[in-house]
Write a protein that binds this ligand. Structure first.
Ligand code: SF4
Ligand code: SF4
Length: 164
């Protein structure tokens, strides 16, 4: 099998422009570890988190949790100082732009620079660290509830307590 085009590394440095956090509609899907981490950071229960910060999206397989958007399509966690939960942001955010869909080809990676000014700039990220991000994204599945399931009845708070 031929080596991935990124095996010798790719340049990326976040310019903190916030283009990936605001101004356009999109979805930030949440994994179970994302939710547990954010609950701990905010010190709130899952019912409150669900009501104030989440929306449900039909994936065809069930209802996935994603972050709400403010009017104008800013992420619910974006503010004048940038991401208010930066250290605990969802894995979808922390692994960007090293997503499988963007790394499918060199041309697709290059195209992403039209959207993200950090792509192709700054620090060289090695192939191993890119693979590590891909694996993290693969390993952490999006949290999806059955159609008939009430997300607010899920024992996420119990999991959060057991994880403390
Ligand atoms: S679009 Fe790129 S450079 Fe801008 S904040 Fe997002 S990751 Fe950083
Ligand atoms: S959670 Fe933070 S990093 Fe992710 S889209 Fe929202 S503001 Fe941006």
């Amino acid at each position: 099998m031929s080596e991935a085009f990124y095996s010798d590394g790719l340049r990326f440095e976040c310019r903190r422009c916030s283009a990936c956090c605001r101004g356009e509609p999109g979805f930030v899907f949440l994994t179970r570890p994302d939710v547990l981490r954010i609950l701990k950071r905010l010190g709130i229960d899952f019912r409150t988190f669900y009501a104030d910060y989440c929306r449900s999206t039909d994936t065809g397989l069930g209802m996935a949790l994603s972050l709400k958007e403010k009017p104008g399509y800013d992420c619910v966690f974006w503010g004048e100082e940038g991401c208010s939960i930066y250290e605990d942001r969802p894995v979808q955010c922390s692994t960007y732009p090293f997503w499988a869909s963007i790394l499918e080809s060199r041309s697709r990676w290059d195209e992403e620079s039209a959207y993200c000014p950090g792509v192709g700039k700054g620090e060289l990220r090695g192939g191993a660290s890119i693979e590590e991000r891909l694996e993290r994204r693969r390993a952490e599945k999006i949290l999806i509830f059955e159609y008939e399931e009430d997300p607010q009845a899920a024992d996420i708070d119990g999991e959060a307590r057991r994880g403390q």
